[in-house]
Design a binder for this molecule. Structure first.
Ligand code: SF4
Length: 200
């Protein structure tokens, strides 16, 4: 499906989509959407790391709720993120029909996407688009979970064998599977599609 049709499908759900080519354009976008003094938090995301978003946020005059900062209480930060002005994350998969699909272990990331932060900005690479929810789930189980399992050393079946076994492992990553279908507030959610491949 062509990108303009996909964007239209998201916008019928009150989810805004912008397409950007470069990291500089992403910084311009974030400068417009994050005001000085805002409280800003991030969900765990390789895409944000690859694009240098954390370093950008550290350089802004904002209250960056950085749960990776040495010495901070990460659990407290995850709670505070739920009432942040701006929440940044990526998404596991986006369907052509305009749905956002995510899995989550702790659930903090999907919770913040659904409710709490005044604005949510999801930064994704073009590689996150899939045809439908079935493909989204398959993508997550066969690519995202094994890759994250390796990175985080979860010792889950997907980490060890590369395949999902619908596990009951203590560090299961897909405790919740969440589909976001619509936003009641049209100003709240933005998807920034970056040209290229980011995250997994
Ligand atoms: S259920 Fe377990 S094995 Fe399957 S993807 Fe999730 S964490 Fe990996």
């Amino acid at each position: 499906m062509e990108i303009n049709k996909i964007i239209h499908n998201f916008e019928t759900r009150n989810i805004n989509v912008v397409t950007l080519d470069t990291k500089e354009q992403l910084i311009d976008f974030l400068n417009k959407h994050i005001a000085d003094g805002n409280s800003v938090a991030c969900g765990g995301s390789m895409t944000l790391k690859e694009l240098g978003v954390h370093d950008y946020l550290k350089g802004r005059s904002i209250n960056f709720l950085d749960r990776e900062k040495e010495g901070v209480d990460a659990n407290l930060m995850m709670h505070e993120a739920l009432s942040s002005d701006v929440y940044l994350a990526s998404a596991n998969a986006l369907t052509e029909n305009g749905e956002i699909f995510n899995i989550d272990g702790n659930g903090n990331r999907v919770a913040a996407m659904i409710y709490g932060p005044k604005k949510v900005i999801l930064v994704v690479g073009e590689n996150k688009f899939v045809s439908n929810l079935e493909e989204a789930r398959a993508h997550v189980k066969s690519i995202s979970a094994p890759m994250n399992g390796k990175r985080l050393k979860t010792n889950t079946p997907c980490d060890v064998t590369g395949s999902c076994a619908d596990c009951r492992a203590p560090r299961r990553m897909c405790c919740s599977e969440v589909v976001i279908n619509y936003q009641r507030n049209k100003e709240r959610m933005y998807i920034v599609v970056m040209k290229g491949t980011y995250g997994y």
